[in-house]
Design a protein around this ligand. Structure first.
Ligand code: HDE
Length: 694
């Protein structure tokens, strides 16, 4: 007799419980009546050991933290989608890149490197730009940075450079910055770091936003097309909004006024529908046995291939469309790995890349508590998985069957294996003597450092020089400073002499300075106005002022996703001269100039208590020093003049009526800053990035 019974195993939840039901329960699902009072013997008596709810709550809390990432601890993530143009089909069979219109879900995590998890976003540092593509053929991770090169050429030195960059071991200071002796001691002794140091001292190390950063895969990868042909490539992310940075004083102010500056900017932009976008690009180079291009060793991660020699071909667009629901579950637990490859994308012998292939898996065992981290929701592939991996800490799958091996006869030899559609390592020949080598083609450490320097516009170059002065000025050891300045003299005599002068050191003799033509693609100075999505305009407002300006700006700028914020002397609503009210977004005690890309003073503010408030003068002076657009309508000019803002300075806009302001303000925002004003302030002459001769 057969009984019609349900299988009790069906009642086992497939996924761990999260927030089911609307009653508060224990982790075992028992309903809780009171979570505010411990179980005690009498109203003022001792707490009882039998209070399981208390012990469970405290025990779980005590273990809420997992080890933070040893590098890249501070980060922010977002979900998005990648859409392929289809033109990459000639170089790769990876479907998510090659199929026109194919959409693939992506999770991206941006990060700083040196600071701990609670450090500030705007530290001078390289930024991580890690993307996880959940492709139909398995997960592909592109774990890159916002600089195209790295400090070292061999992974074996990674612990050394990171130890040197991290806070000093005795007092654990300074946090999240390289402006200290051990970092400069290391890089002045490791000349291979010189190129990356140039990037780190440039404005690239203080991005305006994650949305305005380039990204680079750094290493050379090997792509394999459907016809079996291969090429060597470098991956690039090009931000649709252009590449923009903060100025150093802003970065420093933000560390106090808004340590979450970049996180907030990313989340706010996504929430408001100003979805951040990047185009993915490839530099495609022939795959020949030399693995070089135009004399550049493609296996050396301290070298770029200038875009003028090998253009970046755009192959798809990434759009970030959703913020994480839970920081810990997604942004903290996401685990990237360069070994997460799909058919059509292969690694090369770059020694830095090879070391990374070991390190990421290893670090995840500690950080995520065992080998099953790929079962965490954010790490689960969106392709079917049948891996024969079993058991282990935090196993959350209930595997069926007894054949946990292949070949097998008990389950028809499943799961099947075949080279068809599989990831098969491309057979590159290997030979040579075992040894610890320094390739001769890795030995030139100054040509590309100089290439970067000579490609900058005068303002960018002045900023870079100031950064060297700041960082070396924070070093206490005279020998360290002198050694770095001597190294700079091999890159550029003028730079070395200027930095030395500010440090009170003798100017070193320029030595073997290479002759190199600029690569204009390395400069960030925009030649013409770009997009303005997510830019913020602050409009000063007080009761009785003419606030039509704000409305006129919103009409013109809102369709371009520019945010207009009303900054007033009190919260709630300000009532304008015509009686109409405007909601206040910021008050003087809660705001600082770093929150705005442009500041507008409407008519009627002059002569009010707001205009007399010293914080308004500071806001305007900072906006002025930082090269931001500043506008005054009507007698708003009096407020600028009182704050010491020269009315005839570049990027200071004065108009009689609100209507005339929107167009020039939009243009000024599109240029990001007044480069001419920044040049004047730096004592240089503004000019675009230098062009190669001829
Ligand atoms: Fe990483 N790196 N790295 N790195 N890296 C880590 O992995 C490592 C390097 C990069 O948002 C760690 O899961 C070694 C270059 C990013 O979760 C660790 C070497 C580039 C992230 C690790 C390098 C990167 C990491 C720490 C020298 C740019 C953050 C936590 C060979 C191309 C990913 C973790 C995220 C994270 C090791 C060099 C980018 C320790 C040994 C070059 C964006 O495994």
């Amino acid at each position: 007799m057969t009984e019609d019974r349900t299988d009790p195993r069906d009642a086992i939840p497939a996924t761990p419980p999260a927030q089911d039901g609307d009653r508060l329960t224990t982790a075992q699902g028992a309903r809780v009546d009171d979570t505010d009072h411990s179980l005690t013997a009498g109203p003022r008596g001792p707490v009882l050991l039998e209070d399981h709810h208390l012990r469970e709550k405290l025990t779980h809390f005590d273990h809420e933290r997992i080890p933070e990432r040893v590098v890249h601890a501070r980060g922010a993530g977002a979900h998005g989608v990648f859409r392929a143009y289809g033109n990459a089909a000639t170089v790769t069979k990876a479907g998510f890149l090659a199929e026109e219109g194919r959409e693939t879900e992506v999770f991206v995590r941006f990060s700083t490197v040196a600071g701990s998890r609670g450090s500030a976003d705007t530290a001078r540092d390289v930024r991580g730009f890690a993307a996880k593509f959940y492709t139909a053929e398995g997960t592909f991770d592109l774990v890159g940075n916002n600089f195209p090169v790295f400090f070292i050429q061999d992974a074996i030195k990674f612990p050394d450079i990171i130890h040197a960059a991290k806070p000093h071991a005795d007092r654990e200071i300074p946090q999240a910055q390289t402006a200290h002796d051990t970092f400069w001691d290391f890089v002045s002794a490791h000349t291979e770091a010189t190129h990356m140091v140039m990037w780190a001292m440039s404005d690239r190390a203080i991005p305006r936003s994650y949305r305005t950063m380039e990204g680079f895969g750094v290493h050379t990868f090997r792509l394999e097309a459907a016809d079996g042909s291969t090429s060597l490539v470098k991956f690039h992310w090009k931000p649709v909004l252009g590449v923009h940075s903060l100025v150093w004083e802003e970065a420093q102010l933000a560390q106090g006024a808004d340590p979450d500056f970049h996180r907030r900017d990313l989340a706010d932009a996504i929430e408001s529908g100003a979805y951040p976008q990047w185009e993915l690009g490839l530099q495609v180079m022939p795959d020949d046995p030399s693995e070089t291009f135009e004399g550049i060793d493609l296996l050396d991660p301290t070298k770029i291939v200038p875009e003028e020699l090998c253009p970046v071909q755009k192959i798809g667009t990434l759009t970030l469309t959703a913020n994480p629901t839970n920081y810990f579950a997604e942004t903290e637990q996401v685990a990237f790995h360069l070994g997460h490859l799909v058919p059509g994308i292969q690694v090369t012998n770059d020694p830095l890349l090879q070391g990374r292939l070991f390190s990421y898996l290893d670090t995840q065992l500690t950080r995520l508590g065992g080998p099953n981290f790929s079962q965490l929701p954010i790490n689960r592939p969106h392709a079917p998985v049948n891996d024969l991996l079993r058991d282990g800490m935090h196993q959350s799958a209930i595997h069926e069957g007894i054949t946990t091996y292949v070949p097998n006869g008990l389950d028809d030899d499943r799961p099947t294996r075949s080279p068809q559609d599989a990831f098969v390592t491309y057979p590159t020949p290997v030979e040579g003597d075992k040894g610890r080598w320094q390739p001769v083609s890795f030995e030139d450490h100054t040509t590309q450092a100089r290439l970067f320097l000579v490609s900058l516009s005068p303002v960018e170059r002045a900023h870079l020089q100031d950064a060297f002065v700041f960082e070396l000025g924070k070093c206490t050891d005279e020998g360290v400073r002198a050694r770095e300045v001597a190294l700079l003299a091999r890159v550029d005599g003028d730079l070395a002499a200027a930095v030395a002068a500010e440090l009170g050191l003798p100017a070193p003799e320029p030595r073997d300075v290479p002759d190199v033509a600029p690569s204009p693609a390395l400069s960030q100075r925009p030649a013409e106005p770009g997009r303005v999505d997510g830019r913020v305009v602050g409009v000063l407002a007080t009761d009785g002022a003419d606030l039509e300006v704000a409305g006129a700006l919103v009409d013109v700028l809102d369709p371009e996703h520019v945010v207009v914020r009303v900054v007033a002397d009190h919260g709630g609503t300000v009532s304008g001269a015509g009686g109409a009210g405007l909601a206040v977004d910021r008050t003087l005690p809660t705001t600082r100039s770093i929150e705005y890309d442009a500041v507008v003073v409407p008519p009627g503010v002059a002569g009010t208590a707001l205009a007399a408030d010293g914080r308004v003068a500071v806001l305007l002076q900072e906006a002025y020093r930082h090269g931001k657009a500043i506008a005054a309508v009507g007698d708003g000019t009096d407020v600028l003049a009182a704050a010491g803002v020269p009315l005839d300075a570049p990027g200071v806009l004065t108009t009689d009526g609100a209507g005339a302001l929107a167009a020039p303000l939009r243009e000024a925002l599109g240029l990001h800053r007044s480069w001419e004003r920044l040049a004047r302030l730096a004592g240089v002459t503004d000019a675009p990035a230098p062009q190669p001769a001829g």
